[in-house]
Design a binder for this molecule. Structure first.
Ligand code: TA6
Length: 301
């Protein structure tokens, strides 16, 4: 099936700029080399696995132990969590973070946008999705690879009843050394601490990661900044229509417990997730559309 998938998507290619090729594990991906950036996006999960602005270094972390198999989530890059975040409240057997990150999406378009390239992929409700989530929907992920990385997650309720969903762009940022990294922009924001029974706490100052960190920052629309003195760069993330920001680093023990993550990789990544989770889940009426947007920019520090 995979071979065919690559072939059936070739019609979207832009010669010399965007190709549809077999990636790791034979999974089909779009490979981009534009004047402003290089990047990769897999059809499985509409999953961005690489973004490198021209003249710069790779911005996203990708685990050396990631599995590249149909139906298994890729460890690293930008997985999409939808229609629930974490465990499914009423079904402990349901897959963590929902089902779209392990689904084969379809390519909708590849377009040149100035010197950048925009790739759109979509997935829809079907018999498989309705087993765990009885809703009719169409989800589009539109990603523009350029001097900045722009991500838009567009959900349409194609059904006759309202639907309630959670969503996250679960971005893995590559860092030089997590202990020297600082995250700013969440000072004075309340968060749920998932390492402490979801106890509600207040952030004071910048985030310094010195142990397992798994937090849902609530009611925040603010820009965040990731300061990485080792790689000599600052990454800024702005967002729209997103009420929560999740910050995650597994640290030593949790890293060891993950089969698709190398034991020492916790030192070189942090997840900063533009999201609508927990009390900020979205309710969408029939025929309505919701767009969550994140934009990532890198500057030398
Ligand atoms: O976003 C943080 C989190 O929810 C953590 O609790 C941790 O489990 C992480 O996601 C990774 O989840 P995964 O299902 O990809 O192993």
């Amino acid at each position: 099936m995979e071979g065919a998938t690559v072939a059936s998507h070739r019609q979207f290619e832009i010669p010399g700029t965007a190709q549809v090729v077999e990636g790791n594990g034979g999974l089909p991906k779009v490979h981009i080399t534009s004047r402003e950036a290089a990047g990769e996006m897999y059809l499985q999960g509409a999953h961005v696995t690489s973004w490198r602005p021209t003249g710069g270094e790779e911005v996203l972390f990708l685990s050396s132990q990631s599995r590249w198999e149909h139906g298994h989530a890729i460890r690293g890059g930008i997985p999409i969590c939808f229609p629930w975040f974490g465990g499914k409240a009423d079904d402990p057997k349901a897959p963590a973070h929902g089902f779209v990150r392990t689904k084969s999406w379809q390519l909708q378009s590849i377009t040149q946008v100035g010197h950048a390239v925009a790739v759109s992929m979509f997935t829809e409700s079907d018999e498989g999705t309705k087993e765990s989530w009885p809703a009719d929907f169409r989800l589009v992920h539109r990603v523009t690879f350029g001097r900045e990385l722009s991500l838009e997650l567009v959900l349409t309720n194609t059904g006759k009843t309202s639907l309630r969903f959670e969503e996250a762009l679960h971005t893995y940022h590559r860092v030089g050394n997590i202990e020297k990294t600082r995250v700013r922009g969440l000072d004075g924001v309340e968060y749920l601490d998932k390492t402490d029974s979801n106890r509600k706490k207040m952030q004071h100052g910048e985030i310094v990661v010195a142990s397992e960190t798994d937090r849902v920052y609530l009611n925040t629309l603010d820009e965040i900044e990731l300061d990485d003195p080792v790689l000599g760069r600052r990454t800024r993330v702005t967002k729209e229509n997103s009420g929560t920001t999740v910050v995650w680093n597994p640290w030593v023990q949790k890293a060891h417990s993950l089969s698709d993550f190398a034991d020492d990789e916790w030192m070189r990544m942090i997840c900063l997730e533009t999201s609508n989770v927990s009390d900020f889940a979205v309710v969408l009426a029939p025929g309505q559309q919701h767009t969550m947007k994140a934009t990532v920019r890198v500057a030398d520090s």
